[in-house]
Write a protein that binds this ligand. Sequence first.
Ligand SMILES: *Cc1c(COP(=O)(O)O)cnc(C)c1O
Length: 402
Amino acid sequence: MSNASVRTGRHFLQIPGPTNVPDRVLRAMDMPTIDHRGPEFAQLGFDVIEGSKKIFKTRNPVIIYPSSGTGAWEAAIVNTLSPGDKVLMVETGQFATLWRALAERMKIEVEFVPGDWRRGVNPEDIEARLLKDKQHSFKAVMVVHSETSTGVVSRIHEVRKAIDNARHPALLMVDSISGLGAIEYDHDGWGVDVTVCCSQKGLMLPPGLGFNAISDKALAASKSNSSIRSYWDWHEVLNANKTGSWSYTPATNLLYGLKEAVAMLLEEGLDNVFARHKRYSAATRAAVAAWGLENLCQDPREYSPILTAVVMPEGHDADQFRKVTLENFDMSLGSGLGKIKGKVFRIGHIGHFNDLMLMGTLSGVEMALTVAKVPHNKGGVLAAMDVLTGRAGAAPAKAAVA
Ligand SMILES: *Cc1c(COP(=O)(O)O)cnc(C)c1O
């Protein structure tokens, strides 16, 4: 067993965000901080705004804040809704629960469709609920695209269709914080009104940037609502953005990083990025099945490309297992959040990542299962290798990939 106080080689950061920051991005940020009102900065400002649009797939403005994702959640609400407004949200997991709590602090009245944290948003539920809302009292439907606490991805384009089928004017606001840059996403094509994101997940940056991509309809809503706001006000930022600047000091060095991260994603090609993540998740699911453990996500249509949440066998604590993994193999796995604390651990396979990093990760999990005396079958790593080398048919039947 290794001496936990001495570390050699690289730490394995396999939580689903913050994710590993590529050396290219680290080097791009290693710059003197420049005058944020000067011409050199303006070029950077224009570049990152234009670049971000390509990742969100929108022709409209993308607002970039020096903030965490939570700040961008708040910005989406205070720019489009007024205190007392009603919204429809769905309990997909911990992040949906936290966004709801934030909305309620902003005096938004939330109807929260209950969920078991093993499935995504059911578009039929949304349509049925909106059809009943003849008065159009819901001002927005607010959902999480990639629920990072459960490894479940909701079908946002179908949620859009559900709203349209019900002929309901509610705004569609989506948290794609752990989806953007890793899982297919189309802000304009799917008719999303506000997409919320931040820097430290699929965008491969350190924490510190928050994003709101917006539609014309959201922009119109922002002109006629009464929520008190200043720092988060879209119009303040949009005005300053006309000259490539911000209405306050932006996170200059993170913006250098953003420019590089966008370049990397576009060089690889977004479709290739999405396919790569799906491959990792297929291999990880094959490993989990071969170990005889259970995937938290229940619906194959909703398997997350960016993380796999694994249910701990009865009588074993996931946080104890994570501790054993960290101490023995210098690898961080994601914890169970909220009401599934101690019951699941999460394997992140998102961002700057490749086949051998995945094999190292899965080897670490399989070894830690042995060290922590968690009952399991051997052969998960082998099953994952068969998926990565296109020999999944050769894996045990249990490891078949959906
Ligand atoms: C990480 C995450 C957040 C929270 O972002 P912070 O930067 O920690 O505020 C919100 N929603 C989802 C889906 C996330 O993955």
